[in-house]
Write a protein of this length. Structure first.
Length: 235
């Protein structure tokens, strides 16, 4: 029985050797497919047919999965880690890798980068990173149009002529929130203030007016779409 088991073990390893030689032959010689190869083993010869259909399928099934890359931990509960920065973040830098077309690609690229500690993505602006040197204030809410106008000229009796084009994009530098609770009163308060140039009102933000440092120019199909973004947890 012992000799019989040894015999089976030797035959098992012999079969494995045959399969390795077959695979090596297929990869090293593209012309070898479709013919029979004789492989000497001890005092015998074993013939193996290199059938391309069955052999190729076995090789493909055994092909190892591609490496998915580095894995990082992100701020937020599962399912919300990509929604940490729905509003525009200032002073971020563009990702060094080109042709990043999805938020998942942007997130993985940030994970691979040693300098990146946060990322933000939207189709029109692409992939941008936050680093120790490049970071800024992030609007905590998703983009949404404002009700607002700028003054074209002041006329008699304390009235104001407003520009036709509404100022839907946010203006920066208007100061603190004002007490008015609707867009009509916000416009009147701006007109009554001799230094005011523009007013803006949004239900979730309130009334703001004054002299703006600059106003955003959100346009296009993505203007009011929230950003995807997250922050890396460094251990």
């Amino acid at each position: 029985h012992v000799q019989f088991r040894r015999f089976l073990t030797l035959r098992y390893f012999a079969v494995l050797t045959v399969l390795l030689v077959v695979a090596s032959t297929v990869f090293s010689s593209p012309n070898s497919r479709g013919r029979t190869v004789d492989i000497p083993m001890d005092s015998e010869r074993i013939s193996v047919s290199l059938a391309p259909e069955s052999l190729d399928r076995q090789i493909l099934l055994k092909k190892p999965a591609e490496n998915s890359g580095k894995v990082c931990q992100w701020k937020g509960t599962p399912g919300t880690e990509d929604d940490q920065y729905p509003g525009f973040c200032e002073s971020l830098i563009g990702a060094s890798k080109e042709n990043i077309s999805t938020s998942l690609e942007c997130k993985q690229e940030c994970c691979e980068s040693e300098e990146c500690n946060g990322w933000q993505f939207r189709e029109d602006l692409g992939c941008r990173f936050s680093t120790k040197k490049h970071h800024g204030w992030c609007e905590p809410t998703a983009p949404s149009p404002w009700t607002g106008q700028s003054i074209e000229e002041r006329i008699e009796d304390g009235q104001c002529k407003w520009r036709e084009k509404p100022q839907e994009s946010q203006c920066k530098g208007l100061g603190s929130k004002k007490p008015e609770t609707n867009p009509e009163d916000c416009a009147k308060a701006c007109c009554a203030n001799p230094t005011c140039k523009v007013y803006q009102y949004r239900e979730d933000k309130g009334c703001f007016y004054g002299v703006a440092n600059y106003c955003d120019t959100d346009e296009g199909p993505y203007a009011w779409k929230p950003f995807k973004g997250g922050r890396k947890i460094t251990l």
